[in-house]
Design a protein around this ligand. Structure first.
Ligand SMILES: *Cc1c(COP(=O)(O)O)cnc(C)c1O
Length: 500
């Protein structure tokens, strides 16, 4: 089999420094028609820049092409599908961006007086109300800056509530299918983690849970649907078991893309939860922020919210700082406001029927992928998929090809890889989440690519093991890249000349 060529012009773009040669310029000035003066004499030494050693000298077209070619190395949601499971990388409609960039919103300053911030405050109020309705909880704070930050906020609130009852307790129960941020949060909030094993259907084992809950347990932290993309069918029973022992249930709501408009965590017994606005409610993410991780709670936890809180006076919104039981601020000002504006635009553009439809399409898309690939890839769990599907590399591993190798080959087909080797409880996991924003044509192209790769593994596993072929760099030593990254370029002596 002939692998794709790697001699691709834009993929072989060298460093700008390597294109440099002395005297090349990106501009042309007319000939001087006045006497030349010495820059240092005319301007003074302090205004004249030192020469920068090794500064690249290139033409205009070289500079333009260099950066344009580099920009094509970035995979982006505007370029193609991002099947990364657990991330909900959906397309972000442009209208949200337009709304967030309206002058009055983009230029609003948190130190503006309340009287001049009523519009921004009513956006915050409207979003809090919408998210309260969507989650079925009693109140929402928009302050936390991301999912993990929401987790910490929520668990600190649970600690504060239990403390107010006389005993914060010592332990949090966390299923083995949890996102890594859950145990990290537990430990930051001063709790010990007790791991719960999942059963063969990828759900919490209710008997094991009942045996583990005692007066030492502050809460269960559960993701629903969990990181296997499976809905916890015993969730109501699970919350009853916890509540019977005076413990609470924290729901990691990062997977709400599978539930919005269909069912509400508040209705199935959850006490505290966070949402990822940058996943479910359509803010672009993946580049490190900004995000938003609102926390929704039941009534009894409301006094512990971080402050300030919005309050309605007779005819205006005001900030209330008088919150004696608050856990305190978790972030400056009022949260990542631009993300909040986008989320409200998204919710209002969809309306309640549209949100329900988006959820159903997200689940349908995952099931479509599952049904089309289940002959080619092993399905480790006997449970229905929600918005994402987890395969394992068992079949391909027999030919020596693992999930990471398959993902590298997928790059040659023009797709961003799926999530590799997560969740940890599935050996060799391929975790795929299409989201509702992909249409059938793109899904079919993805499915064709995955099937083609499965055939390649049968016919020529060695070829797959060396993929990708279409990128400038093929395989890197991932351990060295993580431990000893080279982040600084140093001028090299010109080719042919030895360094002195
Ligand atoms: C993404 C995610 C988180 C963490 O959210 P961040 O915004 O990245 O901090 C937590 N739990 C689950 C299940 C997630 O998918």
């Amino acid at each position: 089999m002939r692998p794709k060529t790697r001699q691709h012009l834009s993929q072989n773009e060298p460093l700008l420094f390597e294109r440099s040669s002395p005297g090349k310029k990106a501009y042309q000035l007319p000939q001087l028609d006045v006497p030349a003066v010495d820059a240092v004499k005319a301007l003074g030494e302090e205004h004249v820049r030192d020469e920068i050693e090794g500064f690249p000298e290139v033409s205009e077209v070289e500079a333009i092409r260099h950066f344009t070619r580099l920009s094509t190395w970035n995979y982006a949601i505007d370029h193609g599908m991002y099947p990364l499971g657990s991330c909900t990388m959906k397309y972000n409609p442009r209208i949200n961006e337009i709304v967030a960039r309206l002058d009055g919103l983009a230029w609003a300053h948190p130190y503006q007086p309340e009287a001049l911030s009523q519009g921004a405050m009513s956006i915050i109020a409207a979003l809090e109300a919408a998210l309260t309705e969507i989650t079925g909880m009693d109140a929402v704070t928009l302050q936390p800056a991301a999912g993990a930050h929401g987790e910490l906020t929520g668990i600190l609130m649970i600690r504060a509530l239990l403390e107010s009852r006389g005993n914060p307790r010592r332990k949090l129960l966390i299923p083995d299918s949890a996102h890594g941020t859950n145990p990290a949060t537990a430990s930051m909030a001063g709790y010990q983690v007790e791991n719960l094993k999942s059963n063969g259907r990828g759900m919490v084992d209710v008997d094991a849970l009942a045996a583990a809950v005692n007066e030492d347990v502050a809460a269960l932290m559960i993701t629903n649907p969990n990181t296997l993309g499976v809905f916890e069918q015993n969730i109501t029973r699970i919350s009853e078991i916890l509540h019977a022992k005076g413990a609470l249930v924290y729901m990691d709501g990062a997977n709400m893309n599978a539930l919005v408009g269909i069912t509400r965590p508040g209705d199935f017994g959850m006490d505290v939860m966070h949402l990822n606005l940058h996943k479910t409610f359509s803010t672009p993410h993946g580049g490190g922020g900004p995000g938003s991780g609102p926390v929704a709670v039941k009534k009894e936890l409301e006094p512990f919210f971080p402050g300030p809180r919005l309050k309605r006076s007779v005819d205006a919104w005001i900030w209330n700082y008088d919150l004696p039981q608050s856990i305190g601020r978790v972030r400056a000002f009022y949260g990542n406001f631009g993300v909040l504006a986008r989320a409200l635009a998204y919710i209002m553009a969809h309306g309640s029927d549209g949100l329900r439809r988006a959820t159903m399409d997200a689940v349908l898309n995952a099931i479509y992928i599952r049904k089309n690939l289940d002959r080619y890839y092993d399905l480790p769990l006997d449970a229905p998929s929600m918005h994402e599907v987890v395969f394992s590399d068992e079949k391909q591993a027999r030919r020596g090809v693992r999930t990471g190798d398959l993902a590298k080959r997928l790059i040659d087909y023009g797709f961003h890889p799926y999530t590799v080797s997560f969740p940890l409880i599935v050996k060799g996991a391929l975790m795929i989440e299409p989201t509702e924003t992909e249409g059938k044509i793109e899904l079919d192209a993805f499915i064709d690519a995955m099937i083609s790769i499965a055939h390649e593994v049968e016919e020529d596993p060695e070829m797959v093991l060396k993929a990708p072929y279409s990128t400038r760099t093929s395989r890197v030593d991932e351990v060295s890249a993580a431990r000893k990254p080279v982040l600084r370029w140093r001028p090299q002596p010109p080719a042919g000349k030895a360094a002195d």
